[in-house]
Write a protein that binds this ligand. Structure first.
Ligand SMILES: Cc1cc2nc3c(=O)[nH]c(=O)nc-3n(C[C@H](O)[C@H](O)[C@H](O)COP(=O)(O)O)c2cc1C
Length: 204
């Protein structure tokens, strides 16, 4: 009997760092994962502004194959509308084991922290929390306001992992790709997936 592919929800919101989303999705797809992807309106804008028009949400999988190679074709992407609160992702019955919001804007962070469920991204995140599944939020903002900081605490208290988009420099990054790989590697590690996206500390 063949193993079922692992399934994850990936949400892309309107914070800078579209590269982090791209590298994370590519790394999961290379491992044959099935991704349910939701991109907010401003997430769509960021994908195009930071990666180019060829990275628009509707052709993300093709873009990732072109950028990271044919092995990315091993997995699959299903794109969901952020307005569709009737999506399978809005129900606790969905089969995704975890969700990553990468990058996560302060606005979506606030919505998750307060359980608003006004968009599919917020609702899917709330589903992860209520079902006690893993939710990883990757906030990017600087500096942060007190409400931003409180919202991160609220997310952590609710059971989410707050994994800020803060690349390290001990692995001697030389390219933007190295910075993207570092955050993607942190996310894969948090999902319990082995990777070689950056060398472990002490092995550089
Ligand atoms: C080019 C651009 C860059 C932005 N970068 C950030 C950012 O890094 N962090 C953030 O919290 N908001 C950022 N914003 C603002 C958010 O996109 C805005 O608050 C939006 O309402 C977020 O909505 P969403 O979470 O539904 O995507 C940016 C907006 C634009 C247009």
């Amino acid at each position: 009997m063949t193993d079922r592919p692992r399934r994850f929800v990936i949400a892309v919101t309107g914070a800078s760092g579209a590269l982090y989303a791209a590298r994370t999705m590519a790394a999961l797809l290379e491992r044959g994962c099935r991704l349910d992807v939701v991109v907010s309106e401003y997430g769509r804008r960021l994908l195009v502004e930071e990666l180019g028009p060829e990275a628009r949400a509707e052709r993300l999988h093709d873009y990732l194959v072109e950028r990271y190679g044919t092995s990315v074709g091993s997995g699959s992407i299903t794109l969901h509308s952020n307005r569709d609160l009737g999506s399978t992702l809005a129900s606790g019955g969905n089969r995704c084991e975890a969700m990553v919001i990468v990058p996560c804007s302060m606005k979506t962070l606030a919505g998750v922290a307060h359980g608003l469920s006004q968009t599919l991204i917020e609702r899917a995140a709330d589903v992860m929390l209520k079902e006690r599944r893993r939710l990883i939020v990757v906030p990017r903002e600087t500096p942060m306001s007190l409400p931003d900081l409180r919202n991160m605490v609220a997310c952590a208290e609710a059971g989410a992992m707050v994994l800020p988009a803060m690349p390290a420099f001990y692995q001697k990054p030389e390219t933007l790709e190295d910075l993207g790989a570092f955050i993607a590697g942190k996310i894969l590690g948090a999902l319990g997936i082995e990777h070689a996206l950056f060398p472990p500390w002490g092995e550089t």
